[in-house]
Design a protein around this ligand. Sequence first.
Ligand SMILES: [Cu+2]
Length: 135
Amino acid sequence: MRSKGLRVDSIGGDFVVERVKATDDPSSVGPVDAIVFATKAWQIPEAAAKAKPATKSEVNIASFAFMPAKVTAAAGKPLTFVNTDDTPHQITVANGPRSEVFLRGQRASITLDKAGEYSYICGLHPSMKGTIEVK
Ligand SMILES: [Cu+2]
């Protein structure tokens, strides 16, 4: 698949998806349009454990974007942001808290105490936008 793409034979018409990201590490995939999850039967328990959704609230920052752009957090619990960019970032909630500036590989957390929907930006790059729904 990495070299030839993914050929799909379909009654709606055959096609080839030319750019396919094939990996054995689901955590490295990031946001995608669709996932084909293929594994050998005896590897199901191991593969399923790797594909488990994250249980804690965490937002990744990569290529000047928050992923996911909209996240749900629990009231009163810290929401953590992980910077994977080479650039520093700073979480700035509209009419709310602001994180310290944090660098590549660093984490920053903010805590929102009241339920509601909050918009936030990067204080250093205001075009970076995200939404936090606090429940
Ligand atoms: Cu930034």
